[in-house]
Design a protein around this ligand. Structure first.
Ligand code: ATP
Length: 368
């Protein structure tokens, strides 16, 4: 078990024409012993490059990576005592499951064969693949192959696990099952884990903490609920949460926010947060918008239902201030699936002051 630290870690790729790409830009993260950290962000934000630098598969341009306080920048991958699980599983096709799982131990330890054998059998039992040890990867389902790939990492008893989108080749149902299984396994083994995904649901449900990257820059590190309730900036606010947070570009006038179609009375705390800005971005999560058939109040607005997307237990409702327009501007509200609301219906949408997020209109930084 180990603590993993990234200090000012930067990776610059130089292309053939001399063009430089800053894939990872001055990233700092302290990952606790036994912690499950999820690295999340959109495609191309630098997640895989960060993971590959920790694994030693990519050099570090500047900064330091250390494991239990010891710098590992120059250590070859095989000497890092870190196991990596890839999206592609990367199993050897000509080897049986047992051989795939034993291979790393035979190469990197002087453990006697019978001990390796029993260690592999025990791990395979724990992973629910005990009866597949004599099969080859081609004779396994995707889920079974993924279990073998995980088993192969676990059997090495490493200081840390690195996982690069390990569930993305599985169908939705299996992915959900494996998510829970992986979490349970990680908690049981207590091994420091860095898990890369572009899927915010995976990040929210699996991580002790999540680290959100955009364009190589770390935007926030926190528990899933911290990132959800108190996003540092508009990027995090829009990335975490499903459906995404609604944003309105608004002017600030005399303690009120003035949007194209509505005005919003700021609370004293919000006034203070806004300061002397003349424009801000107002954010509200779909699940925080209250939708009623009638009513009113200082933060309630008359709107129309544009489209209702049923999702079973919940409906995503697209609401608009523009009735009868061809392509109206809409915002979303999540309402109970039991409610019958139809397109075209007039409703009252309330934006509760305690659920409002405010961001700097230029920088997107959260205003508190
Ligand atoms: P994805 O989710 O699509 O895998 P990612 O967040 O893992 O994306 P990276 O693969 O780390 O992103 O890439 C970060 C940036 O670095 C991208 O702009 C990518 O094009 C660039 N990049 C990655 N590897 C190289 C390389 N070997 N040479 C040049 N540029 C690279």
């Amino acid at each position: 078990m180990a603590e993993l630290t990234l200090d000012d870690v930067t990776k610059v790729f130089t292309e053939d024409d001399g063009n430089e790409i800053v894939a990872v830009d001055d990233v700092n993260i302290d990952i606790d012993d036994g912690e499950f950290l999820v690295l999340v962000g959109p495609s191309g934000c630098g997640k895989s490059t960060t993971l590959r630098m920790i694994a030693g598969l990519e050099t570090v341009t500047s900064g330091e990576i250390s494991l239990d306080g010891r710098r590992i920048n120059e250590k070859p991958p095989a000497e890092r005592d870190i196991a990596m699980v890839f999206q592609s599983y990367a199993l050897y096709p000509h080897m049986t499951v047992r051989e795939n799982m034993s291979f790393g131990l035979e190469e990197s330890t002087d453990m006697p064969d019978d001990e390796i054998d029993s260690h592999v059998s025990e791990t395979a039992e724990m992973m629910g693949i005990g009866d597949l040890l004599d099969r080859k990867p081609a004779d396994l389902s995707g889920g079974q192959q993924q279990r073998v790939a995980l088993g192969r990492a676990i059997v090495r008893d490493p200081e840390a696990f690195l996982m690069d989108e390990p569930l993305s080749n599985l169908d939705a149902k299996l992915r959900a099952t494996m998510r829970t299984e992986l979490q349970r396994l990680q908690a049981e083994l207590g091994v420091t884990t860095v898990y890369v995904t572009h899927d915010q649901t995976e990040a929210m449900t699996m991580g002790d903490r999540i680290a959100i990257l955009d364009d190589g820059v770390l935007q926030q590190v926190g528990t899933p609920l911290e990132c959800y309730h108190a996003p540092n900036n508009q990027f995090v606010a829009g990335f975490i949460g499903e459906p995404s947070m609604n944003f309105f570009d608004v002017a600030v006038r005399d303690g009120r926010l003035v949007a194209d179609h509505f005005e919003y009375e700021l609370t004293p705390a919000q006034r203070e947060a806004v300061g002397d800005a003349d424009r801000v971005t107002l954010g509200v999560r779909p699940e925080d918008v209250e939708v009623d058939v009638e009513g009113g109040g200082s933060h309630a607005y008359d709107v129309f239902v544009d489209v209702v997307e049923p999702r079973g237990d919940e409906n995503t409702t697209h609401l608009t201030f523009d009735r009868g327009v061809d392509e109206p501007e809409t915002f979303t509200a999540t309402i109970s699936g039991l409610r019958h609301i139809q397109a075209g219906e007039p409703v009252v949408a309330t934006l509760p002051p305690e659920a409002i997020h405010l961001f700097d209109a230029e920088t997107g930084v959260a205003l508190h």
